[in-house]
Design a binder for this molecule. Structure first.
Ligand code: DGL
Length: 270
C-alpha cells in the first residue's frame, strides 16, 4: 500500500481528460496535476524546448512526493518520453501514446489506423513507429489538426464550424478506409462524440487516456503501490489559476476549488 499521489502533467488544461479517467478508474489514487498554462501550446515547439519544460515539471512533481507519473501530453510523449525516463531513472513514467497504440492495435480489424494530434506529435512519427513495431504490415495514416485545441478551449464542441473543420481534417484518413482512429491529443476526447457522428460507427475512436489509467492501475497493483482510503486532488499551473478553474468545469464536469500557481522555471537546476 502506498498513499503517495500520482503526478499527471500536461502543457495546459487538456490533461484534465486524463485526470478524469484516472479519477474514474482508480478512485483511491490521489493526484497532483500540473498544467503548464504559461507556456502552452507545446504542439508547435521544438523537441529541445518540450524536453526542457517537461524536465522542469517532473522536478517540481518530485517535490510533491509522487509515486509515479503519467505524462498526459501527447506532444511530450511523442517527442521525449525516452529521454525523460533516462533522466529520471528510478521514477515510474507512463505515457498515453504507448497506451493508445496498445488499444489501437488490439482494436483494428483491417490494419488501417488513423492518428490525429498536434503538429509536433504527428511530425515525430512516434505513433507510426510504435504501431509498426507491433505489426509492420499495419498502415498508419496521420494528420495534424491544430485547430482542434482552440475550438475545444472555446467550448465549440458541436458547432457548425467545428464539424466543417473535423470533416476537412479527417478526409484524407477516412478516404484511406481506416477502421480505427487514435485521438492523439489531450483535447480531442472532448470532440469524441462530434467526430463519431461525422465518421460513423464503422470507425472505432481510441481515447488513449482509458488505457493509460488502466495500465497505471495494473502497474501499481504489480508493485504493491496501490493507495487505500480517500483520494485527494491538487492542481497546479504556471500561469494564473482562473483559466484552469473555468476549464475544469468543462473537462471534468465539476469545478475545482483550489488551483495554485507555481514558478516552474525555478525548477531548472534542482
Ligand atoms: N497537450 C497537447 C497534446 O496533447 C495539446 C496542446 C498543446 O499543443 O500544448 O499534444
Amino acid at each position: 500500500m502506498d498513499n503517495r499521489p500520482i503526478g499527471i502533467f500536461d502543457s495546459g488544461v487538456g490533461g484534465l481528460t486524463v485526470v478524469k479517467e484516472v479519477m474514474k478508474q482508480l478512485p483511491n489514487e490521489s493526484i497532483v496535476y500540473f498544467g503548464d498554462t504559461a507556456r502552452v501550446p507545446y504542439g508547435n515547439k521544438s523537441k529541445a524546448t518540450v524536453t526542457k519544460f517537461s524536465a522542469q515539471i517532473i522536478k517540481f512533481l518530485r517535490t510533491q512526493h509522487i509515486k509515479a507519473i503519467i505524462i498526459a501530453c501527447n506532444t511530450v510523449n511523442s517527442n521525449c518520453i525516452e529521454q525523460l525516463r533516462e533522466m529520471f531513472g528510478n521514477l515510474i513514467i507512463e505515457g498515453v501514446v504507448e497506451a493508445g497504440v496498445k488499444m489501437a492495435v488490439d482494436t483494428t480489424k483491417n490494419g488501417r489506423i488513423g492518428v490525429i494530434g498536434t503538429e509536433a506529435t504527428i511530425a515525430s512519427k512516434r505513433y507510426t513507429q510504435l504501431i509498426n513495431e507491433v505489426n509492420p504490415s499495419f498502415k498508419v495514416y496521420d494528420k495534424a489538426c491544430p485547430l482542434f485545441v482552440p475550438l475545444v478551449e472555446d467550448g465549440w464542441i458541436d458547432e457548425e464550424v467545428t464539424r466543417l473543420v473535423i470533416t476537412k481534417y479527417l478526409e484524407p484518413l477516412t478516404t484511406n478506409d481506416i477502421d480505427t482512429l487514435i485521438l492523439g491529443c489531450t483535447h480531442y476526447p472532448m470532440l469524441q462524440q462530434t467526430i463519431q457522428s461525422i465518421v460513423g460507427d464503422t470507425i472505432e475512436l481510441i481515447n488513449p487516456a482509458n488505457e493509460a489509467a488502466y495500465a497505471m492501475g495494473e502497474l501499481l497493483k504489480q508493485r504493491n503501490l496501490q493507495a487505500q482510503g480517500t483520494a485527494t486532488y491538487e492542481f497546479y499551473v504556471s500561469d494564473h489559476a482562473q483559466r484552469m478553474k473555468q476549464m475544469a468545469q468543462m473537462f471534468l464536469g465539476h469545478p475545482i476549488d483550489e488551483v495554485t500557481r507555481v514558478d516552474i522555471e525555478l525548477y531548472s537546476e534542482k
